[in-house]
Design a protein around this ligand. Structure first.
Ligand code: ATP
Length: 247
């Protein structure tokens, strides 16, 4: 269990988050949605331990009840920007998280190489990030994150640069992977359909300052989550967000 306790964040100008508390269970996916600028990315950055110096924060992070400092190997973070190292090839980038975790270079590359075809990156292994499209770079960053063995994966709009079909493929792949190797996932997304299709639970944040205004379990079995079944949930999410953006 990963527990955020009373997280408050201030920028120089304003209070961004006020005493936000949230527990994430192992092996479940939680989607975090909210108006632009409400602080979703900042929550993930705080969890990853890379909040900008310009922000002041207070709060505690507990893993199984024990306070943790970050970066922590249990937490794998995929930022909104792909954050690939421009001087490394794509396979070096994809393998770097595993290398940092202690795998030998060869072993790390052996782990990621078979996934290049699945991720539509076959033939790009020796290319550099600047030679790839935005969607390809995002898939490489996603690959780098999901191969790591952390108990919790923090994904910041991981599919935002993908075309509709590739996005569906990557979502299916993620669900399959989590089925085979359960992890806790915190998924920041603006896509209500994505949240409703993938998540076990959806957290809705308000802005000014950010706090949780709804915590909604998604109980429909995944294989029954079609357009019609999800429509009432999407409508509820939409109306919560509309209220937040018009007040
Ligand atoms: N490096 C920074 N220094 C100071 N303030 C920042 C910095 N980065 C972000 N902010 C402020 O924090 C606010 C929240 O940003 P954050 O990226 O966490 O929101 P978000 O909910 O993820 O937004 P979006 O949905 O648009 O990605 C921004 O509106 C901005 O004012």
């Amino acid at each position: 269990m990963l527990e955020i306790r009373k997280l408050s964040i201030r920028t120089r100008e304003r209070e961004l988050l006020s005493e936000l508390s949230l527990s994430l269970a192992d092996g479940t996916m939680t989607a975090l949605i909210g108006p632009s600028g409400c602080g979703k990315t900042s929550v993930l950055k705080w969890l990853a331990g890379i909040l900008p110096d310009a922000m002041q924060e207070s709060g505690q992070l507990l893993l199984d009840g024990v306070p943790v400092t970050r970066p922590h190997p249990a937490l794998c973070y995929q930022p909104q920007s792909d954050a690939l190292f421009p001087w490394l090839t794509i396979i070096q980038n994809a393998a770097i998280g595993l290398e940092i975790a202690g795998l030998s270079r060869d072993h790390a590359r052996q782990q990621v190489a078979p996934l290049f075809a699945t991720f539509g990156l076959e033939g790009c292994e020796q290319m550099f990030p600047a030679q790839l499209s935005g969607g390809m770079r995002q898939r490489a960053a996603f690959l780098r994150t999901v191969v790591q063995e952390g108990r919790f994966i923090l994904l910041d709009e991981p599919f935002s640069a993908l075309d509709a079909v590739t996005r569906l493929r990557m979502q299916d792949w993620l669900l399959q992977r989590l089925h085979e190797r359960p992890r806790g996932v915190l998924l920041v997304t603006h896509d209500l359909h994505e949240a409703a299709t993938l998540a076990d639970r959806i957290i809705v944040m308000s802005s000014g300052p950010g706090r949780i205004i709804a915590d909604i379990p998604v109980t429909t079995p995944r294989d029954q989550r079609d357009e019609a079944t999800l429509a009432p949930l999407r409508d509820r999410l939409k109306s919560l967000l509309l209220k937040e953006t018009t007040t």
